[in-house]
Design a protein around this ligand. Structure first.
Ligand SMILES: NC(=O)C1=CN([C@@H]2O[C@H](COP(=O)(O)OP(=O)(O)OC[C@H]3O[C@@H](n4cnc5c(N)ncnc54)[C@H](O)[C@@H]3O)[C@@H](O)[C@H]2O)C=CC1
Ligand SMILES: O=C(O)CCC(=O)C(=O)O
Length: 339
């Protein structure tokens, strides 16, 4: 008989359940974590729960789960897990910090290019039968300054990719290591200089009390009017109301957003602006990232449940570009210390 019940509450890569099920001590159950009554009914029997983004594991959910030993999030941010309440309840919380960083970085670069060259609007216009070449002039990246806010795992991957476009890459991150930055071809700056100089700004911070609204009305008064902003980190770091005002008043040239203050977000004044590109939180939405995220979360659960052996890894290895090359600092697992 299985000793541990592991509840999968969001749609995860099937490899996560396969990995768990290979251990005879584990029974895998599934529940739709967005169906709150169903989640609360399933939690009392759970020893561990795996989530992606949709399921909220808050104090109420934790109180409903007296057997719970671990919560694992198949991704980076732990915004949907009340880590303090879990810790107080003696429940281990794990994320999968390197699982989706390459996908998230590639998506940020995709948004930046789409914004610079107006790809979504040009695509929509042509599909409507218009050959409107004059309407969709873009800007080059080469030679322009991009400010990377947060030079952690994803920011570092983005910085390296944008340096390959011959951009001048500056970054603001009070905790970043100078040598790590230099190895990426990045110059560390203060926030003021970054805001004043950048033609592109890409945000790669966690949402914390210190970063909430960091790019708000005040910051947006200190930027160039030809600045284009990308936020594929968390909604709320860029204040949506202040961004809207800056865009309509011509104080900022454009924005590309993957994340929103409230998600799901299907209606925003920003969606009505021509100089805004939006995606519905797709940064980690690739099979490669999801397979890694699911299996890494499952591995954490097995370790947390009495150190159960982890079967041979089934997850997709990081591509070579995301792994440290000999003699070079790691990027997907960056040289900056994990705090
Ligand atoms: N759109 C998506 O699907 C995804 C979004 N994310 C978001 O991206 C964020 C960043 O992820 P990682 O790079 O893996 O995290 P990380 O922890 O490796 O990097 C974050 C960096 O921000 C820096 N930082 C913290 N506070 C700061 C401040 N006040 N000013 C400047 N820098 C500051 C830290 O020193 C760190 O280097 C995650 O927290 C998550 O919210 C992550 C994965 C996918
Ligand atoms: O698609 C997802 O699971 C969300 C990815 C994300 O934002 C994260 O891992 O922090």
């Amino acid at each position: 008989m299985s000793q541990y019940v592991v509840l999968i509450a969001d749609a995860l890569s099937p490899q996560a359940a396969e990995l768990l099920a290979r251990n005879p001590s584990v029974e895998v159950r599934h529940v739709d974590g967005t169906d709150r009554p169903a989640l609360l009914a399933a939690l009392p029997g759970a020893d561990a729960v795996l989530v992606r983004s949709a399921t909220r594991i808050d104090a109420e959910a934790l109180a409903a789960a007296p057997r719970l030993k671990a919560v694992a999030r198949a991704g980076v941010g732990l915004d949907n897990v009340d880590v303090a309440a879990a810790t107080a309840a003696g429940v281990l919380v794990a994320n999968a910090p390197a699982s989706n960083v390459v996908s998230a970085a590639e998506h940020a670069v995709a948004l930046l290019l789409a914004l610079a060259r107006q790809v979504p609007r040009a695509d929509a216009s042509l599909r409507e039968g218009r050959w409107a070449r004059a309407s969709f002039t873009g800007v080059e990246l080469a030679g322009k300054t991009v400010g990377v806010l947060g030079l952690g795992r994803i920011g570092s991957l983005v910085a390296r990719r944008l340096a390959a476009f011959d951009m001048e890459v500056v970054a603001h991150d009070p905790y970043a290591d100078e040598e790590h930055a230099r190895s990426l071809g990045v110059r560390l700056t203060g926030l003021d200089e970054l805001l004043a100089r950048a033609r592109f700004l890409t945000v790669h911070l966690p949402l914390t009390a210190a970063t909430k609204g960091l790019i708000g009305a005040d910051a947006l008064r200190r930027v160039r009017p030809d600045l284009r902003i990308v936020n594929a980190a968390r909604g709320g770091i860029v204040d949506e109301e202040a961004l809207y005002a800056a865009l309509v008043e011509g104080r900022v040239a454009g924005a590309a957003l993957d994340v929103y203050e409230r998600e799901p977000c299907t209606d925003s004044p920003l969606f009505g602006l021509d100089n805004v590109v939006v995606t519905p939180h797709l940064g980690a939405s690739t099979p490669e990232a999801q397979e890694r995220a699911g299996t890494q979360a499952a591995e954490s659960v097995l370790l947390a449940l009495a150190g159960l052996p982890v079967p041979d890894a089934v997850n997709t290895p990081l591509p070579a570009a995301g792994r440290p090359a000999a003699g070079r600092p790691a990027v997907a697992e960056p040289a900056v210390p994990v705090r």
